[in-house]
Design a protein around this ligand. Sequence first.
Ligand code: CTP
Length: 402
Amino acid sequence: MTLLKGKNIVLGITGCIAAYKTAELIRLLVKSGANVEVIMTESATRFITPLTLSTLSQNKVYIDMFEEPENYSIDHISLADKADIIIVVPATANIIGKVANGIADDLLSSTIMAARSPVFIAPAMNTNMWNNSIVQENINKLRVKGYYFINPESGDLACGYKGDGRLRNINDIFAEVSDYFNIETPLKSKKILITIGPTREYIDPVRFITNKSSGKMGVAIAEEANRLGADVTVITSVPVSLEGIRIEMVETTSQMQEALKKHFCSADILIMAAAVADYTVKNYSDSKIKKSSSQSELTLNLAKTPDLLEQIAGIKTGNQIVIGFAAETNDLIANAKHKLESKKLDMIVANDVSRNDIGMNSDYNEVSFIYPDSKIEQLSKTTKQKVAVELMKRAIELVNKT
Ligand code: CTP
């Protein structure tokens, strides 16, 4: 098998009982033709010996950076530069916290910090640690920045607990890594424009109205489009760092409108994942509004914003595909269908934003893809990454038909 021939994979191993499972992962990667460079944290070496891993990888195993101070500055940069992909298996709450917060105090965290390649993280930890909101916030922060997570499974844990936190099956991790390298690039010659995040409408220089969109769905779509070989531009209100993707930062609806005007004419597909404000503040104050001792109420006058999607769909050529989202709290399908028709879209992705477990600000979504001929395809609750994969499959079909 030479599925991964010529690929340089940096495998970071952190201190967790599941570290012993990486021996099998290295065996599978090497058997598939990959060159595997292992970095172990000091505590990982307590769970599995470097000798086992260097024997399996047929390479030197790098341990804590202070072991060989003369090489440190070379190692973390050269490993980061060489890597086609970095995978951290198993990843403790500690390494996730360090990466999420910009801490680079050992060889592994420094290598990740210097990396320009994609980083896949397979966490493993006690259920209560996994469910800790600090850990989840760190994960969300990294996801938005384009790190890939191979989520743990539920089951018996070494600590005696039962629940989420067990390292994903090694075969699944291997499959995710090989899928990453072996996808086709059906969008190679295509330009894709994606809008991401909530727009802000300013009340005064320091206050604004916005909504709870996190931008995660749009980021997942941009990553998937990029993986499929497209030339991707994102117009985003949330900071994202996506390797190989053109990024245009905007804040307000009118800035998003300008950016769309600039980029849409050359795009083959527009995916409007942004949660655009429907109203802007009419009586914007140039100076910070002071609270008045005599007034107990303040009235804001709002004016409707233009519907950007409708405007764009109105000028699109026959070769361009325009896909929108419908955020609904009730009558999901009927409302989404109405938007699809009134905005003259090629497809709409309907999602229920009344639930906390999916949709806005969640890592998960449950969507229906609706077409102008009334065809509806439902996707049950899954990660936003998987929704992005399904959405892009359909976008490819649509653009291939033009
Ligand atoms: N949209 C847009 N410009 C706006 C409002 C929405 O381009 N001013 C786009 C969104 O990016 C999304 C689609 O239109 O792709 C539907 O947005 P949604 O918020 O679901 O619906 P609205 O059209 O705003 O209608 P309503 O808020 O009444 O449900």
